[in-house]
Design a protein around this ligand. Structure first.
Ligand code: NAD
Length: 459
């Protein structure tokens, strides 16, 4: 395996150094190829997503395939503008000269994906890597094996094999990959593995983007439209059976409207997935028995307000609302990443802010409020990777927005131009003319002291 990785990396590095990945034309071709792959072979991916996660076609189109096709198209159309060197002012004493910032590719990157959106989470960083003119090795998650297999089969058919390849495998293979000297590492996954990745990257001072998770809160103020809030929170939480990094992980609802809100939340679940969500074609499954056991264990404390059924053989856990959960319960400690939503009551907005600030910075933060001043106050008093007012989980669809965490939820941003920037070195370049070379900058400084000191502000 190690010898294979050495050979693979050496091949990509040689190709990168040949300069073939730099021209805009090459990047555009590859972006067109990504779009073609997810469009022409959509059925292979739909099938893999169904087998891995029982993902329905609407969610698979919106969150995976169409999202990637649109993103590749978006990058292709804007690429030349992003690549254009920026002109900057040249100081008087460096004239004649020209100052620019160029956006240089970094080299060969490693992209490690998570299993919850197994296609999107490797192809979206790949779009950023290619936009930046880089080579990349993709390592999809072994926990979603059908999607990993589909990528391993199709990526070499569509993309330039000298620049992009897919490595499959689990922890030992990823560990071996991390031992190599990469020019960039892009990791999506949990915080604890993020630490392992960053430690490995530190050995070579390799830049990283870490897309991690966390407990993203949804705050429901008394001024909120409770029905709309409940429906949007229900959609964000139970999409992909709760296995979405930007999903609301728990709700902090104003005490005086808690009962009404819970009523709307339950109604939304029944409306979306019917009286028995196990029969709904639109409700997903937990990815593995390991995760099933972990999530089921989280049901041990608090009262089940709605749901609570489970079926291990079918990897099914019903959309579940918990109330009366003690502060020390496991479900309130780590990210749930499953179809359970604890709803906690707060006295007022200050208590909600204090609750959020007493915990690590989340990936997303959601405020449902009719009163704009309340939303502004929460935004000003908290930190999160991104945020939404009167909605949740959908903000990453907006290409212009930087996507990524802060603190415990990650570092570095991507999507659109933010991804291009993550995969390029902003290189300041000064180009001087040589026709004039005044002696003022050179020692001995006693020569022409008065003029130099005046020009350079020396007192
Ligand atoms: P994970 O951290 O278990 O695994 C992610 C990747 O790391 C996989 O490819 C896996 O092979 C590799 N890996 C696992 N253990 C490793 C080890 N010891 N050494 C080296 N590599 C290892 O994450 P997951 O379970 O696939 O995903 C769940 C987490 O990812 C959640 O916390 C979720 O919030 C987060 N997530 C974040 C985003 C985001 O964009 N910020 C998106 C999706 C998921």
């Amino acid at each position: 395996m190690t010898a294979d990785i050495d050979t693979l990396l050496a091949r990509h590095r040689t190709y990168f150094r040949s300069g073939k990945t730099r021209p805009a034309e090459w990047r555009e071709q590859q972006l067109v190829a990504i779009k073609a792959m997810v469009t022409e072979r959509a059925d292979v991916f739909y099938d893999a997503l169904w087998k891995d996660l029982r993902r329905n076609r609407v969610d698979a189109a919106v969150a995976d395939l169409n999202a990637i096709a649109d993103e590749a198209d978006y990058a292709r159309r804007r690429l030349r503008r992003w690549m254009k060197p920026q002109s900057e002012r040249t100081p008087f004493f460096l004239l004649p000269g020209r100052t620019t910032v160029t956006f240089d590719p970094l080299g060969v990157g490693l992209i490690i994906g998570a299993w919850n959106y197994p296609i999107q989470l490797v192809l979206s960083p790949l779009i950023a890597a290619i936009s930046g003119g880089n080579c990349a090795v993709l390592k999809p998650s072994e926990v979603s094996p059908h999607s990993a297999q589909a990528l391993a089969e199709l990526v070499p058919q569509y993309l330039d094999r000298e620049a992009v390849s897919v490595a499959t495998g689990g922890v030992p293979e990823t560990t071996a990959l991390l031992e190599q000297h990469w020019d960039h590492i892009f990791f999506t996954g949990g915080t604890s593995i993020g630490r392992i990745v960053m430690t490995a990257a530190a050995k070579n001072l390799t830049p990283v983007v870490l897309e991690l998770g966390g407990k993203s809160p949804a705050i429901v103020d008394a001024s909120a439209d409770l029905k709309v809030a409940a429906r949007r929170i229900a959609h964000g939480r139970w999409l992909n059976a709760g296995q979405t990094c930007t999903a609301p992980d728990y709700v902090l609802v104003a005490k005086q409207v808690a009962s009404d809100f819970l009523g709307h939340l339950k109604a939304a679940v029944v409306d979306f997935y019917g009286p028995d969500p196990q029969q709904s074609p639109d409700f997903g499954r937990v990815v593995s028995t390991r995760n099933f056991d972990r999530i089921k264990g989280l049901l041990s404390e608090g009262s089940v307000y709605h749901g609570g059924q489970h079926d291990r053989g079918d990897l099914y856990i019903a959309p579940t609302i918990l109330t009366g959960v003690p502060a020390t319960a496991p479900v309130l400690q780590d990210e749930i990443f499953g179809p359970i939503l604890p709803v906690l009551e707060v006295e007022n907005i200050d208590q909600a802010i204090a609750h959020v600030n007493a915990r690590p910075h989340p990936l997303g933060l959601y405020i449902f409020a009719g009163d704009k001043a309340v939303a502004d106050r929460v935004l000003a008093a908290t930190a999160s990777g991104d945020a939404a007012v009167n909605d949740c989980a959908v903000q990453p669809i907006i290409r212009e927005l930087p996507f990524g965490g802060v603190g415990n939820s990650g570092m570095g941003k991507y999507h659109g131009e933010w991804g291009f920037r993550a995969y390029t070195n902003a290189r300041g370049v000064l180009r001087r003319g040589t026709a004039i070379d005044p002696p003022l900058r050179y020692p001995p400084y006693s020569r022409g002291a008065k003029l130099r000191n005046w020009l350079m502000g020396v007192r």
